[in-house]
Write a protein that binds this ligand. Structure first.
Ligand SMILES: CC(C)(COP(=O)(O)OP(=O)(O)OC[C@H]1O[C@@H](n2cnc3c(N)ncnc32)[C@H](O)[C@@H]1OP(=O)(O)O)[C@@H](O)C(=O)NCCC(=O)NCCS
Length: 184
């Protein structure tokens, strides 16, 4: 296990080239410890690394009971996270938004981002959502396209920075999950 400082995202030891890929696991945040990991990772990436937010990336969605968080673990160590919620908190069968997708720097390109996004899509689909949207940083456009997301409209300014609005069909995601269950 690496000894990553979750508050800064720095690691005493980065996995070397050719090192075995870590065991990845994504779980819904279920207790206060998971929630603390979720917020610490967000702070490390969006406040300290990217300076998208000056002090805190906390917003009203964090206080909403309908909001869900997923924490990704690499070899058991909290390494990434994502948040999701129905845009209308009282209507889980409508549009959902995924945001605050973040993987700590020492764990980038370990393919943890992929299962985090897939887990968010699965969770929203399982709760009956019809569509998930995300405001995506342009650097991540290909990453999302490879996961089946489509850009909608023109580039936008979101949180004061260039973004692309992207979407994925949750009805299709639900059908694909059901087909996988049937075929085993
Ligand atoms: C965006 C982010 C979460 C991706 O996380 P990650 O763990 O580095 O991503 P992954 O390792 O799962 O995937 C990225 C790699 O897989 C490749 N990839 C993407 N989709 C793939 C797919 N379906 N199959 C195989 N490979 C794929 C990408 O080309 C990329 O390759 P490289 O980085 O090795 O060149 C991470 O870069 C991050 O936290 N960035 C800073 C915060 C941020 O930008 N958040 C998102 C805001 S929109």
């Amino acid at each position: 296990m690496t000894t990553t400082d979750i508050t800064t995202g720095t690691a005493a030891r980065r996995p070397g080239a050719g090192a075995p890929r870590p065991r990845l696991e994504c779980k819904l945040a279920a207790d206060d410890a998971d929630l603390a990991y979720h917020h610490a990772i967000r702070r490390s990436v969006f406040v300290l690394e990217q300076h998208v937010f000056a002090r805190s990336d906390h917003d009203i969605r964090d206080d909403d009971a309908a909001t869900m968080r997923i924490v990704g673990y690499a070899d058991g160590e909290p390494a990434g996270t994502v948040r999701l919620y129905p845009l209308d908190p009282g209507e889980p069968t409508g549009d959902w938004q995924g945001d605050r997708l973040a993987v700590l720097l020492p764990f980038r390109s370990t393919l943890l981002g992929l299962p985090l996004v897939r887990a968010a899509v699965s969770a929203a689909a399982a709760r009956g959502g019809s569509r998930m949207i995300a405001h995506v940083q342009p650097a991540n456009r290909t990453f999302f396209r490879r996961l089946g997301w489509t850009q909608i409209g023109e580039p936008e300014v979101y949180l004061g920075l260039p973004h692309l609005l992207m979407e994925i069909d949750l009805v299709a995601a639900r059908a694909a999950a059901a087909a996988r269950t049937v075929t085993g």
